[in-house]
Design a protein around this ligand. Structure first.
Ligand code: FAD
Length: 417
C-alpha cells in the first residue's frame, strides 16, 4: 500500500490502532493525525486526580520515542475537515491533503451541549480533553462552590475529586436517580449515599433553568424549583455525542455512531471506525451499541489493525469498564441491560459488593464495588462463555472458581460433541 494507513484521532483508539498495526507486522506508512496539540494521553485520570492536583502531569499513552521508534508519523494539532472517499484523500483544515489507502476513523466523542441561558459565561465548562482539565483545575483554584449538571460517571467522579479538594459541590440530576443508564439502582443508591457522606449535595429529579453571571463570570445556577445555587464554576456532564460528521459528509452510513460491521469496517470499503465514534451490533446482546470505554476503544483498534492485515475474525471482546468515585472502585463487565434478576455477593454496608445480573439463567454481567477479584473472575467467565447458575454465585467466589475450572475442563468434550 503506497499511501498506507491514515488514522484520524489520536486518542485511546487511534494510538492503539497505530501500535497494533506495527505489532501485527504492517510495514507500510502509518500516519496518525490528531487535532489536539499534545502527546496522546490517558483520559480517565483527568476526572479522578488531575483536576485536583496542581502538580499533576498528563499521563502519556506512549512515550514520545514510541512514535519515531515505530515509524508512526504522528501529526499533532492537525484537524481533518473532509474525506474524499473516492480519491482516498483527506483535507487538512487550513491547508494541505493526506492520501490514504485505508482510513481508520477514531474521532471519539464530544460533550453534549446544554441549551440553557448563561452557558456562554466564563466558568461554565465540560470535561473531555486535557485542555478542558487544565481549565477546570485553574477555575477550581478560584472557586469555592461548584455545581455539576449531570449525575453520570464523569460528573460524579469530578464531584468526588473536587469535594476531596475542599470545594462545596452540588450535583443536579434531571432524573430521579444517579448513573441512570449505567448501573443497577442499588449501586446508584450506594454511590449517592457515600457521596453525600463526603459532603456532596445531590439533587435528583431537578434541572437547572438558567445560569446567572456577575461581570461575565458565572455566579449561580437557578434550579427548576427556583433555588439559587451559588457557583463560581458550573460543569456540564450530561453525556457525549459521537464525532460522526466527517464520516457522514463522506457518505459513510451512520447510526448512533459511525456504523461498522463485526470487523470494524464501515459501509465504505477503505474506511474503518473504532472507539467512542463507532456503533455496531454487539455479539453479546445482538443489539446495536456504541460503547464509551477505554477497553472498547483499544480492543476495537486491535481488531481493526488485524482486519487491515487481512484477518477476518469477528469482534468478540468482553466489554468492561471502570470508574473511581471517591472511595469506590466501580467495575462493570458484560452488558446488563435486559436483566430480570440478580444475585448480590458481599456487603454494601462494608462498601464491598458485587451484583450478578441474569436474564433467565444467562449471566449478563457483573457490577462490583471494591471487589476487583469478582470483576476479574467475571471477565474470565464471560470470556469463556460460562454462565454459572445463580446458586453457584450465591455460594461464593471459591464455588464459582471451581465451577469455571470444571466448565473449562469439559471444553474439549463440548467441542467434540
Ligand atoms: P478519544 O479518546 O476521545 O479520542 C478521539 C480524538 O480524536 C480526540 O483527540 C479528538 O480531538 C480527535 N479528533 C476528533 N475529530 C478529529 C478530526 N476531524 N481531526 C483530527 N482529530 C480529531 N473510560 C473508561 O473505561 N474508564 C474510565 O474511568 C474513564 N474515565 C474517563 C474520564 C474522562 C474525563 C473522560 C473524558 C473519558 C473517560 N472514559 C473512561 C472514556 C474513555 O476515555 C473513552 O471511551 C475513550 O477515550 C475513547 O477513545 P477514542 O479514541 O474513541 O476517543
Amino acid at each position: 500500500m503506497k499511501n498506507g494507513v491514515v488514522i484520524v484521532g489520536a486518542g485511546h483508539a487511534g494510538v492503539q490502532a497505530a501500535a497494533s498495526l506495527r505489532e501485527e507486522g504492517y510495514d507500510g506508512p502509518v500516519v496518525l493525525v490528531g487535532d489536539e496539540n499534545e502527546l496522546p494521553y490517558h483520559k480517565p485520570p483527568l476526572s479522578k486526580t488531575f483536576i485536583k492536583d496542581a502538580e499533576a502531569k498528563p499521563q502519556p499513552l506512549r512515550g514520545e520515542a514510541f512514535y519515531s521508534g515505530n515509524a508512526i508519523d504522528y501529526r499533532p494539532g492537525v484537524r481533518i475537515d473532509r474525506i474524499d472517499a473516492g480519491a482516498r484523500r483527506l483535507d487538512v483544515a487550513g491547508s494541505g491533503t493526506i492520501s490514504f489507502d485505508r482510513l481508520v476513523l477514531a474521532t471519539g466523542s464530544r460533550p453534549r451541549l446544554l441549551k440553557l441561558d448563561g452557558t456562554e459565561l466564563a466558568g461554565v465548562v465540560s470535561l473531555r480533553s486535557l485542555a478542558d482539565a487544565r481549565l477546570i483545575r485553574e477555575l477550581s483554584a478560584e472557586s469555592e462552590d461548584v455545581v455539576i449538571l449531570g449525575g453520570g460517571f464523569i460528573g460524579l467522579e469530578i464531584a468526588a475529586t473536587l469535594r476531596a479538594a475542599g470545594r462545596k459541590v452540588t450535583v443536579v440530576e434531571a432524573v430521579d436517580r444517579l448513573l441512570g443508564r449505567a448501573v443497577a439502582p442499588v449501586i446508584a443508591a450506594h454511590v449517592r449515599q457515600r457521596l453525600e457522606a463526603m459532603g456532596v449535595r445531590i439533587m435528583t429529579g431537578t434541572t437547572v433553568s438558567r445560569l446567572e453571571g456577575d461581570g461575565g463570570r458565572v455566579s449561580a445556577a437557578i434550579t427548576s424549583s427556583g433555588e439559587r445555587l451559588r457557583a463560581q464554576m458550573v460543569i456540564i456532564g450530561i453525556g457525549v455525542v459521537p464525532n460522526v460528521e466527517l464520516a457522514e459528509a463522506a457518505g459513510v452510513t451512520i447510526g448512533n455512531g459511525i456504523r461498522v460491521d463485526q470487523h470494524m469496517q464501515s459501509s465504505i470499503a477503505e474506511i474503518l471506525a473504532v472507539g467512542d465514534a463507532a456503533s455496531y451490533r454487539h455479539w453479546f446482546t445482538g443489539g446495536d451499541v456504541r460503547l464509551e470505554s477505554v477497553q472498547n476503544a483499544t480492543d476495537q483498534a486491535r481488531l481493526a489493525a488485524r482486519t487491515i492485515l487481512g484477518h477476518a475474525e469477528p469482534f468478540s471482546a468482553v466489554p468492561w469498564f471502570w470508574s473511581d468515585i471517591g472511595d469506590m472502585k466501580l467495575q462493570m463487565v458484560g452488558l446488563t441491560q435486559g436483566g430480570d434478576s440478580h444475585v448480590v455477593l458481599g456487603e454494601p454496608a462494608e462498601n464491598k459488593f458485587s451484583i450478578y445480573h441474569y436474564a433467565g439463567n444467562r449471566l449478563l454481567g457483573i457490577e462490583s464495588v471494591n471487589r476487583p477479584a469478582d470483576h476479574m473472575l467475571g471477565r474470565r467467565m464471560l470470556g469463556a462463555g460460562f454462565s454459572p447458575a445463580p446458586q453457584t454465585v450465591a455460594a461464593g467466589p471459591d464455588a464459582l472458581k471451581a465451577a469455571l475450572a470444571a466448565f473449562q475442563e469439559d471444553e474439549p468434550a463440548r467441542a467434540a460433541g
